[in-house]
Design a protein around this ligand. Structure first.
Ligand code: GLN
Length: 312
């Protein structure tokens, strides 16, 4: 349904990349010194189809930490490990018009509002199975490896910074422990969550990850299944309603495709049945979304009618 593709997609992506490379708004995340080292000029755009073809423009192989763009995928692993009913007893699917690191639980069930904010992501990490902590880490990293189609690694200096400064995430974790939303393995779960945020990816990887979800859970490049087909719609739903922090509603209205951003500057987006798009540019707006990334998607959505509710 990529309609009105008058010029080939590669040319369009090049043109959009050139157009927004001069856009200099926003600030690089600096809550930990490691992230502040990112080069603000970095800018990549990648698209991968459900047939496994890819187009990469700009700094598409520059590695950066995945951060919150990891959240849908760990939610998927929690669903596979426990099933929908149990997961939904610990994590809601309700958007919240608050910042991603909000220390808030819902008033009725004391659950984190959704798996795309830190509270819900920590609760999802808590649900990752394993006989011990190393096995939980391995299972999580292997899961990301299936989505990316390669072995992925943790950036150890980012991980160390996250865990040394992660007091707010610890506070969120302890609030949830108070309400039995997470288990008493919380300290390990927080370590797991910090590792998850510190995984190194490229914007090409993000596009492959998006294409895997667009393709019913099978990585179209490797042919390897990354998630049960049954749960793909769960991930896409929360990405659609909650994926872009407190810009999520605006994004769903204006751009209209499931997506998730991270403070490393990445955005992963899914065009169901068609492919994935990844963007990377580290300068963020006040809500924590990549400034250039948002522009790229606004323009792509307009030019190709990507919005899922677009009339054909
Ligand atoms: N590591 C960050 C945190 O937990 C991830 C935040 C993000 O990308 N929004 O605070």
């Amino acid at each position: 349904r990529m309609k009105s593709a008058a010029s080939p997609l590669r040319e369009v992506l090049r043109e959009i990349h050139a157009k927004y490379a001069s856009l200099d708004d926003g600030v690089v995340a600096s809550y930990i010194p490691e992230l502040a080292k990112a080069n603000p000029a970095w800018f990549g755009i990648s698209a991968v189809s459900v047939q496994g073809q890819s187009i990469d423009v700009g700094d598409s192989d520059q590695q950066f930490t995945i951060q919150s763009a990891s959240k849908p995928f760990t939610f998927g692993l929690a669903l596979e490990d426990h099933g929908r009913e149990h997961v939904l007893s610990k994590i809601g699917v309700q958007p919240i018009g608050e910042a991603f690191n909000s220390i808030t639980l819902d008033q009725v069930a004391n659950r984190p509002f959704n798996p795309m904010i830190n509270a819900g992501a920590i609760a999802a990490a808590d649900l990752v199975h394993g006989k011990d902590y190393p096995e939980r880490v391995t299972r999580m990293i292997e899961m990301f490896g299936r989505y990316c189609g390669r072995t992925v690694y943790v950036d150890n200096s980012v991980f160390t910074s996250e865990r040394m400064t992660g007091h707010r995430n610890r506070a969120i974790g302890h609030l949830m422990l108070n309400f039995d939303m997470v288990s008493d393995q919380l300290d390990e779960t927080l370590e797991l969550y910090f590792k998850q945020c510190s995984l190194l990816v490229t914007c090409h990887d993000l596009a492959v990850m998006g294409a895997t979800l667009a393709n019913g859970g099978v990585n179209p490049v490797t042919g390897v299944r990354a998630i049960d087909a049954e749960y793909v719609k769960d991930l896409l739903s929360v990405m659609h309603t909650c994926g872009m922090y407190d810009y999520a509603g605006e994004w769903a209205y204006r751009i209209g495709i499931p997506a998730k951003s991270g403070v490393g500057g990445g955005i992963v987006a899914v065009i169901p049945g068609q492919g994935g798009i990844g963007t990377f540019s580290p300068k963020l707006d006040v809500k924590g979304n990549s400034v250039r990334g948002i522009k790229v998607f606004e323009e792509l959505a307009q030019r190709f009618g990507l919005h899922v509710f677009e009339a054909d």
